[in-house]
Write a new protein. Sequence first.
Length: 220
Amino acid sequence: MSARDDVLARVRAALGGSTAGGSAASGRVPRAYRERGDLAPGSPGAVDVLVDRLVEYRAHVHRAAGPAEVATIVGDVLADAASVVVPPGLDDAWLGALGAGTAVVPDARDDPRTPDELDRVEAVVTAACVAIADTGTIVLDGEPDQGRRAITLVPDLHVCVVRTDQVVQTVPEAVRLLAAHPERPQTWISGPSATSDIELSRVEGVHGPRTLHVVLAPPR
């Protein structure tokens, strides 16, 4: 069987069609890789590894003892921001310490801001779906407290609140959680946006926010 036939057979099987002509073994994928880490999800060890990776990626990491401290940190980070875009499901308490000079710009799927409007917004605040300690990666999957992908790609500063119980050690653990909603668009964030030219000169902010602040909050 050609690779093309194998791919088409898998598509037909996924759509509930006939698998005639397909390989009987095509659906069996070896899973010999490590499926879980040695650190329990949400454990201090897993959180410490995540912090180490984030700092190495030049993200700014803050630890909050509770919702009130989350609001204080968000207010301090955005003290000089003229505007911030927020998704519809964001915890309002996190914005409680914003200064009077910071305009809150709401964004929702049924009332989205245009690219030009987002380009004029200075920052965004979101929650997260899961964070991966080993790779220092935060994953958003479009839930109401995270919003559309566009709002986390256009503004220059992203403040992301991650609960410690959302931290897992390995990628397979995160993928297993994300598999509950495979239809949702995902954004995988490993530090602020950065790229390098042919001379390896690092340039930040080319493909997304130039600055990433991660606020680690306790479980609900």
